[in-house]
Design a protein around this ligand. Structure first.
Ligand code: KG4
Ligand code: ZN
Length: 393
């Protein structure tokens, strides 16, 4: 059983090819794992532009699929001349009429290589930037149309949850067993959510942000400190540096802990971002030490809020496991704070390896294998859903 996974919800074109290993447990080998980041391009503008993201995905995706197939040893070039039959060519023209560059590349691919030994395709349907999501969906549907491979639409946030459960040893990936019920903390550039997981593949959002997502707040605060996009890793680097130097944050640079005592499981990070702006403006000039203090205080404020809300969510749901996912879960300080909490509170913590924290194809592949294991029916019509909640997948 070989699965190809496609992820294009934001600014990474990611393709993975995995091979399921026999057994009851979901275990697989990664045959190819490609992540093409557009970060350098978006960094010039300080954030992700949907139209630009779509254009880049469109340019890159077919070549990336071919490279992934080759790396997985599944690419066999045709020795004879082959032309796509007229009826199929017309269908392909219609499917990809809005992505002419991808259409041209796909034709070359279909005419140049034989149908690869892929049994299924998993593709991100949402949430994310719709123009970007469409590229991955249309690529998947084109492969389905020409090669008759079934397609399974995947919720990106479910992918982040499953990535949190993955255990890796020597290129063998396994979805760990975990005690139920569980709580998932999803922290990414577009989402901040607490999700109740009463059983595998069952999700209920019990807390979320009222405004900015935590990753977005990191990115915006970083911009105010003249740090490049994406800001999360930059703030984290400065904060770590400040901790090592033993820097104490000046009183006038202290930041609020928004919603810490709200009594519910919701978040709000836009006030924190505004508070950073006020501090920056008041100081007038930003020297390195001031930047370090703000970065440290910002990271501490976010961590305090996340830890408190997680603790409350675990208490309210009587959960025995915490699954963390999303790009911000790569943050060292947040990771250690959650590890400490797990030790004092006695729950099991599942947190992804750093390379599986940010967007990638393996998270979509592993969720896809889970859907297949449940004998879910594939889809022939898939519509990008930019705001698809994990609670409805
Ligand atoms: O999950 P992800 O790759 O994409 C979305 O689905 O949004 O998350 C990207 C977010 C960005 O906001 C980025 O700044 C943040 O994750 N991020 C971090 C770190 N690494 C990535 N935030 C804090 N600390 C990090 N080390
Ligand atoms: Zn993501």
């Amino acid at each position: 059983m070989i699965l190809l996974a496609i992820e294009t919800s934001c600014d990474e074109t990611a393709i993975s090819v995995v091979k399921r290993v026999r057994g009851k447990q979901i275990r697989f080998e990664s045959l190819s794992h490609k992540v093409l980041s557009q970060i350098d391009l978006h960094a010039q503008y300080g954030g992700v532009f949907p139209a630009l993201a779509k254009r880049e995905h469109t340019k890159a995706i077919t070549q990336l699929i071919a490279e992934a197939l080759e790396e997985a040893d599944l690419l066999v070039e045709r020795t004879n001349t082959y032309h796509i039959p007229n009826a199929e060519r017309k269908k392909l023209d219609t499917l990809l009429e809005r992505e002419p560059e991808m259409l041209a590349a796909m034709k070359v691919l279909f005419e140049g290589i034989q149908k690869p030994a892929i049994d299924a395709i998993a593709v991100t349907q949402g949430p994310g930037l719709e123009p970007a999501l469409w590229v991955g969906i249309n690529a998947a549907l084109a492969l389905h149309m020409l090669w008759d491979i079934p397609v399974y639409p995947i919720n990106h946030m479910e992918g982040h949850i499953i990535a949190g459960l993955i255990n890796v040893t020597d290129n063998v990936y396994e979805i760990s067993d975990f005690d139920l019920p569980a709580v998932a903390l999803l922290i990414s550039g577009g989402h901040t959510e607490l999700v109740h997981v009463p059983k595998l593949r069952s999700y209920k959002v019990i807390g979320k942000t009222r405004d900015d997502a935590v990753g977005e707040a990191f990115d915006k605060a970083a911009r105010m400190l003249d740090l490049p996009y994406p800001g999360g890793p930059e703030i984290s680097r400065l904060a770590e540096h400040a901790r090592k130097e033993g820097i104490i944050v000046d009183e006038d640079l202290r930041l609020p802990r928004p919603m810490l005592h709200s009594g519910d499981l919701h978040f709000s990070f836009s006030g924190l971002k505004t508070a950073v702006l006020t501090r920056v403006k008041k100081r007038g000039t930003l020297d390195d030490r001031t930047k370090m203090m703000i970065a440290l205080e910002f990271e501490n404020a976010v961590t305090d809020v996340l830890v408190a809300k997680v603790k409350q969510a675990l208490y309210e749901t009587r959960a025995s496991s915490l699954i963390v996912g999303g790009g911000v879960s790569a943050n060292t300080h947040i990771r250690s704070a959650l590890k400490r909490l797990a030790e004092t509170e006695g729950f099991t913590l599942f947190i992804p390896n750093r390379n599986l924290s940010t967007d990638n194809g393996l998270m979509i592949a592993s969720a896809g294998l889970l859907h297949l294991a449940e004998e879910e029916k594939p889809k022939v019509k898939i519509v990008a859903n930019g705001s698809w909640s994990v609670g409805e997948c």
